[in-house]
Design a protein around this ligand. Structure first.
Ligand SMILES: [Zn+2]
Length: 457
């Protein structure tokens, strides 16, 4: 069993259930587990003793879309691609990613998946939950191959080819999600528990306006039979709220999920920006989690304030969604946007935000063994180099992490006891080759006339 000892000038640990930053400690791992936090220099197979490192529990990014992020980058900023309904989800991202899956070879899909996983690891994430279309099963292969801890969340739709009409309403073709549930079950049978348990599945009905009652009930029943977390998009827009109200007797999207029995501690609901205060009270009462992804909305001029959800008493965690996949950048944005939204500086403080990508995120997926540095926990670690000039002198490492650090300061990443990133570089593959191949595949999609038309019309 491989042992590794990593020296941290600062180590984020827990005392009596509260986060505490310890000075000058060694974090020792043995196989896939954390063995101890020690003061004296230990003996180990691998010893990392660079000065000025902040050793954190492995960061969890529980809402991410590798494929649509890579497709959209630099095409959708500054209002590009937005039609009358103001959103690019149904007009651009879903149709284009579907087209991509139709035209890519398996090798090209794998190239895109590898580039996404590389980007996530270099950003410091050790656990990622990724909702994606069924046709992109290569996400599982790439996560397994490259060492990431991965909750694959293949979408289920009632409306298989979800598109918005001219008014922005999603065209709904009835409750025909049985085929997607069959496909999900097949992926579960193939992948659940692979890679020493690193690879798992989450149940992932796409959204309230693309999934009807029968499918959502079936999803909840199956997920609970298996103990799989459930994730969906909830109250992403005003349009969705109107649509659900019209279809389901005036219910809000949150009430719709509650009516169908989905609203519980195992539900992770992305965005919730069009939720009412009473929706948030309902989510808090049921123990559900909000997945807050502030930057993808900031890009479109919309506020998605972490602080609003957290202050309503809802467990709130942070993900990158389809934008940039830089978790530290996202945490920084969560801090800023929360303070602007509240008009006060004393909301969404650094320890709370770091908790949202460590301990709270782990709890949201029922994992007491993740998001914490403690003996017996999984050996998932994120190491940040605090010796950069923009981080010195260092008075408060938690604030430094949220306010000043960025993804280029990620020095080490360990998942399941295996060191994947060292000195900021991926150890088990050629970064430049992975990036080149992924970019070439995405370019093939952008060469299509319909891709050009989506943005130029
Ligand atoms: Zn999403």
């Amino acid at each position: 069993m491989t042992t590794t000892a990593i020296f941290g000038s600062h180590v984020l640990a827990e005392q009596d259930g509260q986060p505490v930053v310890l000075r000058d400690r060694w974090v020792i791992t043995e196989g896939d587990r954390i063995a101890a936090i020690a003061t004296g220099r230990p003996k180990a197979d691998i010893v990392l003793d660079a000065p000025g490192r902040f050793v954190l529990p492995g960061l969890l990014n529980l809402h991410n879309h590798c494929f649509s992020e890579a497709v959209a980058r630099t095409h959708t900023e500054d209002g590009a691609g937005r039609k009358s309904n103001g959103s690019i989800v149904y007009t651009v991202l879903l149709p284009l990613t579907k087209t991509g899956l139709d035209i890519f070879t398996a090798e090209e899909r794998m190239a895109v998946a590898r580039m996404g996983v590389l980007q996530l690891l270099k950003g410091g994430a050790t656990t990622v939950m990724e909702p994606f279309r069924n046709g992109l099963g290569e996400m599982f292969d790439a996560a397994l191959e490259m060492g990431l801890r991965f909750y694959g969340a293949p979408y289920l739709f009632s409306t298989a080819d979800a598109k918005a009409d001219a008014s922005g309403q999603v065209v709904y073709r009835g409750d025909d999600g049985a085929a997607d549930l069959d496909a999900w079950n097949a992926l579960h049978a193939r992948w659940e528990g692979a890679g020493n348990g690193r690879i798992r599945l989450a149940m992932s009905p796409h959204a309230t306006d693309t999934c009807g009652p029968d499918l959502l009930r079936a999803c909840a029943a199956r997920a609970r039979e298996l103990g799989a977390p459930i994730t969906t998009h909830l109250a992403q827009s005003r349009q969705e709220v109107d649509t659900i109200g019209q279809r389901h007797g005036g219910r809000t999207p949150a009430e719709y999920l509650d009516w169908l029995g989905l609203m519980g501690p195992d539900l992770l609901a992305a965005h919730c920006i069009a939720s009412s205060d009473s929706d948030l009270a309902l989510m808090a009462a049921r123990g559900a989690t909000v997945l807050n992804c502030p930057r993808v909305f900031a890009r479109g001029g919309t506020t998605a304030a972490f602080g609003r959800f957290a202050e309503a008493g809802v467990r709130t965690v942070i993900g990158t969604d389809g934008y940039n996949m830089d978790l530290l950048g996202e945490v920084n944005a969560a801090a800023m946007i929360s303070k602007i939204a509240a008009g006060r500086p004393d909301v969404a403080g650094a320890p709370e935000l770091i908790g949202a990508v460590t301990r709270q995120a782990a709890r949201a997926i029922g994992r007491e063994d993740l998001g914490v540095i403690a003996a017996g926990a999984k050996a998932d670690l994120t190491v940040v180099d605090l010796t950069h000039p923009h981080l010195q002198p260092l008075h408060d490492p938690m604030r430094a992490l949220v306010w000043l650090a960025n993804r280029a300061n990620i020095d080490g990443v360990m998942v399941d006891g295996r060191l994947l990133i060292q000195n900021g570089h991926f150890l088990a593959g050629d970064e430049r080759a992975i990036t080149r191949a992924g970019a070439a595949a995405i370019e093939k999609l952008w060469a299509l006339p319909e891709a050009q038309a989506a943005f130029n019309s």
